[in-house]
Structures are given as C-alpha cells and as structure tokens.
Ligand binder design. Structure first.
Ligand SMILES: *[C@@H]1O[C@H](CO)[C@@H](O)[C@H](O)[C@H]1NC(C)=O
Length: 227
C-alpha cells in the first residue's frame, strides 16, 4: 500500500515537459471532473498575457476557457465565453468585467489573448487579433500563489469546486502564458503562427501538465491539406 502510494505520488509529480506543437487537448464530454492541470514554477505575477486557441460548439450555456486560482482568489485570472453571442467574461483578482468581442463563431478555431498589468490595472482582450477597448480591471496587487491553473473546468475554490454547467467541451491548443504584457505585434505574430517569444510562465512547446479524466492529447486536424 505504501509502495502504491509512493508510485502514485511519483507519477503525479513526474510532469516532464512535453512539446505539444501540432497537437491539441480534446475535451469530448461534459463532466464535472475531466480537466488538465498546468504546472508553472512561477508564484508571483505583476503582469500577465495568456494566449490560446479554442474550438467549441456549445452555445446554450457559459463555458470556462482558462481558470487560474490562488488561495486568496478563486478567480484570480479566469476567462469564460458566455452563452450570449460574442460576450466574454473576464475575472482578474476576483473582479468581473464583460467584453463584447464580435465575430465569435461556433465550430471554428479562435485565437484568444488577454493581457493585464497590475501597475496600470489595464486589461485588454484580443479575439483573432482584433483588440477590445483597454479597460481598468484591478490595480496595485499582484497575483500571488500557490497558483493552480486548470483547463476544462472552472475552479470555484482553489484547485476544485468544479461545475458541470461551466465545463469546457471542444478542443484547445497553443496555450502560452507570459509574465508581462505582449506588444500588439507579438500578439499578431501569435495569431498568424509566426515567430513570437514562447510563454515564460506556460509554454506549449515545453508544457508540464497532468490530465485527469477523459481528456485526450491528439494531433490537430488539418483538413485544408487533404487535396
Ligand atoms: C508585485 O510584484 C512586483 C515584481 O515582482 C514587485 O516589484 C511589487 O512590489 C509587487 N507589488 C506588490 C503590491 O506586492
């Protein structure tokens, strides 16, 4: 039993970084448990950029896209797509704001980036390279860990409190996170798969992660290269 527990702990800790270039996480089912936990050694962030691509067909309810929690804030940096067309919900340090982002389509890969700086408190969202207005969200305090980052479920408490009605169903890819605000040109380069500095908090090309439940790592489907 002790040996089994030790093996279990070693498996859980042995998150060797993987290069997920050309791959995606598939979340094929609504559950209140399946998720991917992303590991970072960073514990204090005074600025953030998060970029990822996602694909989903859910429109009848809200879905979680990115959930970063700390002991002091379950929604320390969290992104949702609401059921309402074009509306994204952003949480920073437990403060909420909604953003209207036009041209969000179902069953389409979208590039989504969010930037925030704790000095100015300014937040901005980018959908497929189109920016939102720059809005004041929360200033003067850093995100400070232990940081837990989850894909596929929303953390209503630090590392847990998952709700099936907010779970993500679809595919996600190219998740990167930086400890600073990317320039508009760097964001365009990310969107267009050109050269950009890989994330220094989360890097899709050296990702440390743990899959819990039915989430698959698969090659991205490239239907445009069939003929
Ligand atoms: C936030 O972090 C930065 C950089 O680590 C540091 O200089 C600053 O003092 C921190 N701010 C607060 C309010 O703790």
């Amino acid at each position: 039993m002790a040996l089994y527990l030790l093996l279990l702990m070693l498996t859980a800790c042995a998150a060797t970084p993987q290069d997920l270039s050309g791959q995606m996480f598939t979340f094929p089912q609504e559950t209140n448990s399946a998720h991917v936990r992303l590991t970072t050694s960073r514990q204090v962030l005074s600025a953030v950029t998060v970029c990822f691509r996602s694909f989903s067909d859910l429109r009848s309810r809200d879905i979680t896209l990115f959930s970063l929690s700390t002991p002091s804030a379950a929604n320390d940096f969290a992104i949702f797509k609401l059921a309402a067309t074009d509306v994204f919900e952003m949480w920073i340090r437990n403060t909420l704001m909604n953003f209207i982002m036009q041209d969000y389509k179902l069953n389409t890969w979208h590039s989504i980036c969010s930037t925030w700086d704790s000095g100015s408190g300014l937040f901005q969202m980018w959908l497929d390279g189109q920016p939102s207005s720059r809005r004041f969200m929360s200033a003067g305090s850093n995100i400070s860990g232990p940081i837990i980052i989850v894909l596929g479920q929303d953390q209503d408490s630090h590392g847990g409190g998952f709700d099936i009605a907010q779970s993500f169903v679809g595919m996600m890819s190219d998740v990167h996170m930086w400890d600073h605000v990317l320039s508009p040109c760097e964001i365009q380069n990310y969107v267009h798969h050109l050269n950009f500095p890989p994330g220094n908090v989360l890097n899709w090309n050296e990702l440390e992660f743990q899959i819990i439940g039915r989430v698959l790592t698969e090659d991205k489907q490239k239907i445009e290269t069939c003929y």
